[in-house]
Design a protein around this ligand. Structure first.
Ligand code: ACO
Ligand code: ZN
Length: 455
């Protein structure tokens, strides 16, 4: 029998202990990242090893199997965090962080993911709050333009990196209200510290300004001039519109979008210089206005031919095909530019799933549309032609064909063979894509940013 009161004192940050999963579905090895007391009761912020960080949560001692408590391993060094642009670089792992899991493992083995990650209501957790930015705190003033003050660049140095890592590893915003949705954040985002202690952070769904109470939001909405994102509407079909926003011209909107996106993006660092980026916001229109469904950012000039920096579908709209609509849109822009493109790496687990699915379906669509010639000869197509037709970079075409196991060596040459089953799966998958981008509805000309001096 474990004496809870005694063992409680032995639970320190960095301990490893099995924790009962939220749906009661067995125990999972976990690491204690932080500890807090609320009304005399201890709560422990834990990371489920091998699972994505979005599942991390505060748990009471009762959810822990204390008979298997392990003290932290000593002598672990913390690497220095790297810096980057909007979605440009990786947040380094803390020295004790578990390795990231493969998408398959996380999605298929962890049945709780949907309820945890995508819930739009859920029980609220009380949070003592944490400040990732110390002296760089911003003051919230809903009636002034204080929200547009960019945060100062981060300091470097291992102590700061270590401090930032511990802080940014933990979710800091409890819940957001966004339009008609209440959404539980997945990751840390550098909203001002005083807002992270609130049970709900209110965000105007049109201008993305953040507010501390429902009353403030109400007052704000009465005078908010936006009913859609700023910038040019470059696409409209049925209820779907896409707006192009210049990160220099609409800096405040772009910064607010980055803050919001960071709540659901783990591995990208936000930097508040949005000037070098364009943002493509996909909205669904109704009588009230244009509701943000998702967006992607794109560098104005990319030496590596990246056509997407960050991509996000707002959680209430996820798993409905919008991710692929956004990806399709990014490739339609590349087609107009007469370029091939690829998303910026690293991809998140869900990003990889979505891109793999889009690439597979798009390439299979091309292959199945190849008609035999008059003499009934089998159609011939090169990797280069597939890449030109789709704007998907050659490396991604090759990796997709390999992933689908379509390339075979036959009589001295490589051929692509499709089984009947693959053809049927593809037909079913295409039938399930209700929204497709119609290139005729895209009204857009690329700009030559190299000729514009400093954007
Ligand atoms: N579990 C299992 N499969 C999933 C999940 C999930 N939670 N979410 C999406 N998928 C699969 C879908 O089943 C679909 O596959 P299928 O065609 O084989 O059925 C595929 O991924 C795409 O689904 P969509 O509905 O088109 O995509 P969605 O609207 O859900 O958006 C996105 C995908 C943008 C990655 C979304 O999950 C998201 O915003 N995640 C958080 C931010 C993120 O990780 N962005 C990508 C970072 S990488 C980068 O920015 C370049
Ligand atoms: Zn507003």
């Amino acid at each position: 029998m474990v004496n809870m009161a005694e063992v409680k004192n032995e639970i320190v940050e960095g301990c490893h202990v099995p924790v009962l999963l939220p749906n009661g579905d067995g125990w999972h090895a976990s690491e204690v990242l932080s500890i807090k007391e609320i009304n005399g009761k201890s709560l422990f912020y834990i990371h489920y090893e091998d699972y994505n960080k979005r599942l991390d949560e505060w748990v009471p001692i009762e959810r822990m199997d204390l008979s298997k408590l392990e003290q932290p391993k000593k002598d672990i060094k913390t690497p220095i965090k790297k810096e980057g642009g909007v979605g440009a670089s990786r947040i380094s792992n803390g020295g004790t962080e578990s390795r990231p899991c493969s998408p398959e493992r996380e999605i298929y083995e962890n049945g709780t993911m949907q309820s945890l990650g995508l819930s739009n209501s859920g029980a609220m957790k009380v949070h003592t709050g944490c400040d990732g930015f110390g002296s760089r705190k911003r003051k919230l003033d809903e009636d002034t333009d204080s929200q547009d003050a960019p945060l100062a660049p981060r300091q470097t140095g291992s102590m700061v990196a270590h401090h930032d890592d511990i802080i940014t590893r933990m979710k800091n915003v409890n819940l957001i209200e966004f339009g008609k949705w209440r959404i539980k954040p997945w990751y840390f985002s550098p909203y001002p510290q005083e807002l992270t202690t609130l049970p709900i952070l209110y965000i105007c769904e049109y201008c993305l300004k953040y507010l501390k109470s429902a009353k403030c939001l109400e007052r704000h909405l009465a005078k908010c001039l936006y009913k859609h994102p700023p910038g040019n509407e470059i696409y409209r079909k049925d209820k779907i519109s896409v707006f192009e926003i210049d990160g220099r011209k609409n800096k405040q909107y772009a910064q607010h979008l980055c803050l919001l996106a960071k709540l659901f993006l783990d591995h990208k660092t936000l930097y508040f210089d949005t000037d070098p980026f364009l943002f493509y916001c996909l909205c669904e229109q109704d009588a009230q206005g244009y509701h943000l469904v998702g967006f992607f950012s794109k560098e104005k000039e990319s030496a590596e031919d990246f056509n997407v920096a960050c991509i996000l579908t707002m959680p209430p709209y996820q798993r409905m095909g919008y991710g692929k609509v956004l990806i399709e849109f990014s490739y339609e822009l590349s087609k107009v530019e007469c370029k091939t493109g690829s998303p910026e790496k690293p991809l998140s687990d869900l990003g990889l799933l979505s891109y793999r699915s889009y690439w597979s379906q798009t390439i299979l669509e091309i292959l199945l549309n190849l008609k035999p010639n008059e003499s009934g000869e089998r159609p011939c197509i090169t990797i280069h032609e597939i890449s030109e037709l789709t704007s998907i970079k050659k490396d991604d075409v090759i990796s997709t064909l390999q992933h689908l196991n379509l390339i075979n060596y036959y009589k001295g040459q490589y051929i692509i063979t499709l089984s009947d089953e693959q053809i049927q799966t593809q037909e079913r998958a295409m039938a399930k894509r209700p929204i497709r981008i119609d290139p005729k509805c895209l009204h857009w000309q690329p700009k030559d940013w190299s000729k514009r001096g400093k954007w």
